[in-house]
Design a protein around this ligand. Structure first.
Ligand SMILES: Cc1ncc(COP(=O)(O)O)c(C=O)c1O
Length: 365
């Protein structure tokens, strides 16, 4: 079980499970940009030695200024954190929602953060028939107007790859609910300006948007994310944050990647070409692939294969390919896996390994 610590991308666990060196795996279980960190990161690393003897800027001013410019919002509307994961935890601790609605399957950390404050969770079950798109029925809205009620939604949602219609979020806000939108993968969406609620969050005291810098810029080791909201409401969150939670290397790297517009362009070109190619190849093998706007795909294993997600993960791991057993997401069963979209050569390796596993399972019967 590669998700021993709750997430994909755990190469140390893979090393222990399959007896191979961490760097020998092709990792489709976490959703990083396969172009790797922008060149500007290397330059930032070289200049870092001078900063190490000083405390980081506790207010993360340089990076907040650049993020504010990028989103055309006031820098007071941004709090930077030690990855989006820290901000998910912080916003829940700051809001202390009595009731939180989640649309499952979704990122596990939402539920974990709510359980830590002993809050109640109401689950909307997204359905495969609707391609896991979020539609709100009357029954889902009952809690929206209750005092202190929160909706926590991923857009694009992990693991489904679906966006939430901004009109739905506006409707929830109009009913009096608080809404936190996790836009960790929004940078991968070419129509970002149509779907992102960053600017609205900067002027609505009940709306918050969380962004991650780790996926798009391929810097998960550095831990960098931010939350956007009204300055007054964010001050409560800031009070709960550990001082210097964002170290100076993370601040420096965060600033450097935002100076690299060419990287974003190359990323978009890669994804627009590679995602449809991979979907077509996977469908040809009999997999059912959920439509995705993101850099990962939620996939149902063909029934005839008689392979569960955990069995397939094991067989693929033996071939040096790591995939996510998506049955570990609440709301999905043992027929679901999730893979990242990577570069063509790696995607070809993925398809070839799947083919081998499917053939083996047929031969075994
Ligand atoms: C939907 C979603 N939100 C947030 C995070 C956390 O991102 P970070 O690495 O910035 O903490 C993840 C990580 O996998 C994620 O999938």
């Amino acid at each position: 079980m590669l998700e021993r610590y709750g997430h994909g991308g755990d190469l140390r666990t893979a090393e222990e499970a399959f007896g191979m060196a961490a760097q020998s795996f092709v990792d489709f279980s976490s959703n990083m940009n396969p172009l790797g960190p922008p060149d500007s990161v290397k330059k930032a690393l070289l200049s870092y030695a001078e900063l190490i003897g000083q405390y980081p800027d506790p207010a993360v001013r340089g990076l907040r200024r650049k993020l504010a410019e990028r989103h055309q919002i006031d820098e007071q509307s941004i709090v930077v954190g030690n990855g989006a994961a820290e901000l998910i935890d912080l916003i829940i601790r700051a809001l202390q929602p009595k009731l939180t609605t989640l649309a499952i399957p979704c990122f596990d950390e939402y539920g974990d953060a709510i359980r830590k404050i002993c809050g109640a969770v109401y689950e909307i079950k997204l359905s495969a028939e609707n391609q896991f798109e979020l539609h709100l029925e009357l029954e889902h809205l009952c809690g929206a107007a209750a005092t202190g009620s929160l909706f926590m939604l991923g857009s694009p949602n992990n693991p489904t790859g679906q966006l939430v219609d901004p009109a739905l979020i506006r409707m929830l806000l109009s009913k009096g609910a608080y809404v936190v939108v996790d836009e960790a993968f929004m940078d991968f969406v070419p129509e970002e300006s149509q779907y992102s609620l960053v600017q609205e969050a900067a002027r609505n005291e009940k709306l918050f948007v969380i962004r991650s810098m780790t996926k798009f810029y391929s810097i998960p080791g550095i831990r960098l994310g931010y939350i956007v909201g009204m300055p007054r409401t964010l001050s409560g969150l800031r009070r709960l944050q550990v001082p210097w939670s964002v170290n100076s290397l993370a601040q420096l790297i965060g600033e450097s990647v935002l100076d690299d517009p060419d990287y974003a362009e190359r990323t978009m070109m890669w994804l627009q070409e590679e995602r449809p190619w991979l979907i077509k190849e996977l469908q040809a093998l009999g997999f059912v692939v959920n439509p995705s706007v993101a850099n990962y795909l939620l996939i149902r294993i063909p029934r005839e294969a008689e392979l569960s997600a955990s069995m397939l993960q094991l067989e693929m791991g033996k071939l040096g390919i790591l995939i996510r057993d998506a049955s570990r997401f609440a709301g999905l069963d043992h027929t679901y896996i999730r893979v990242a979209v990577k570069l063509r050569k790696q995607n070809e390796q993925l398809v070839a390994a799947f083919k081998q596993c499917l053939l083996q399972s047929r031969g075994g019967r």
